[in-house]
Design a binder for this molecule. Structure first.
Ligand code: PLP
Length: 378
């Protein structure tokens, strides 16, 4: 059996691929040994076996929005592309009362501002993070939802809020959904970390599924960059849930027109890989284990950092937020001067607002980090 040119080209990538997690290796191996694959274009809306499995992953396999075929799913250039396409779609087709506006949590992933401005939607902040408690400003958040004009569009981080690591509890989410339903607001969900917060794919999709059940109008931007470790392959999807199948058909047609003028056809490789994982029971189970390993390691680092600071170093201040926050990021609560001191004196790199990547901590560097943090807050 002779190797195709494609296999020869890909085989030069194998030393790199070997360093990636086991399950992805298995999916990669299956994909690279498939001699029937070609370099043809995908359909404009992407690989159907990927988009339909991706919709079930976020909405749940028994979601009425999936079963009643009210969900339109389009493959995008990872989560950023999904945000862009969702924003572009709303800029054209949402029935705006006045100038288009999107309500963004303060703070949010910095790129949100640029993405919405690019399509003529003005970002407005809603209160989210409370520096006093280093937690959620729940009252401020609810009051912004209540006072915003009816049918406002709110961007919500589905889980593992970036940059704060602060998520609403399920009870708080329920109240948010209640106000949004009453005020007929639109939820623009950004889901970039499903599985990375709690370790459970279903648990991390809880808010999205609850909002669908509650009948809040919404769309979801989904990224596989982090949870599948496919950053550079740019695998993502935009899912728009409509009230009826007929409305969904119209949404699909308009999304196809937009996608055609932007990227024509999405890329094949990463979507094929994720499709293999999501549609194969064995690979899917193995992937879930990998996600638990990754998120479990981050949770262990939170526990260890909290223990060193509170028990060993007796660092001044309250560090409960280290345990209460979730996902890859943590707002430490330190000020810009203290952050600068960590960078300059300890060569510990973090953003000026005190955000660290919990994923960057490991058993070798955690004590060094804790000791330096202790020094700068004393
Ligand atoms: N949304 C949020 C909240 C993010 O934090 C990120 C990445 O950091 C993204 C979207 C987009 O990521 P990507 O385009 O790599 O999928």
């Amino acid at each position: 059996m002779s190797l195709s040119l494609l296999q020869i080209a890909y085989s030069s990538l194998l030393p790199h691929i070997k360093r990636t997690p086991m399950r992805k290796n298995e999916a990669t191996r299956i994909l690279l040994s498939d001699e029937t694959l070609d370099h043809e274009y995908l359909p404009i809306t992407g690989l159907a076996s990927f988009t339909s499995a991706a919709a079930k992953l976020i909405l749940g396999p028994t979601s009425p929005a999936v079963q009643e075929q009210r969900t339109v799913s389009v493959q995008t250039i990872s989560g950023t592309g999904a945000n862009h396409l969702g924003a572009l779609f709303l800029s054209r087709f949402y029935k705006w009362d006045g100038a288009p506006k999107i309500w963004l949590s303060n703070p949010t992933w910095a790129n949100h501002h640029a993405i919405f401005k690019n399509v003529g939607i003005q970002p407005v902040d809603y209160p989210y993070y409370d520096p006093k408690t280093i937690g959620l400003d729940y009252d401020g958040f609810i009051s912004a939802l209540q006072t915003a004009p009816e049918r406002s569009v709110f961007l919500l981080h589905a889980c593992a809020h970036n940059p704060t690591g602060v998520d609403p509890t399920q009870e708080q989410w329920k109240s948010v959904a209640e106000v949004m339903a009453v005020k007929k607001h639109y939820a623009f969900f950004d889901s970039a970390y499903q599985g990375f917060a709690s370790g459970g794919l279903d648990k991390d999709a809880w808010a999205v599924r609850y909002f669908v059940e509650r009948g809040v109008a919404l769309l979801i931007c989904q990224s596989f960059a982090k949870n599948a470790g496919l950053y550079g392959e740019r695998v993502g999807a935009l899912h728009i849930v409509s009230p009826t199948r007929e409305a969904a058909d119209r949404v699909k047609s308009q999304l196809s027109v937009l996608q055609r003028s932007e990227i024509s056809n999405p890329p094949t490789y990463g979507a094929r890989l994720v499709s293999l994982i999501l549609n194969d029971d064995v690979l899917f189970d193995e992937w879930k284990k990998d996600i638990q390993t990754m998120s479990g390691r981050i949770i262990d680092m939170r526990k260890e950092l909290f223990r060193i600071l509170t028990e060993e170093l007796k660092t001044p201040g309250n560090w409960d937020h280290i345990m209460n926050q979730i996902g890859m990021f943590s707002f430490t609560g330190i000020n810009p001067e203290q952050s600068k001191a960590l960078v300059e004196k300890g060569h510990i790199y973090l953003t000026a607002n005190g955000r660290i990547s919990m994923a960057g901590l490991n058993t070798h560097n955690i004590r060094y980090f804790a000791e330096n943090l202790d020094k700068v807050v004393r």
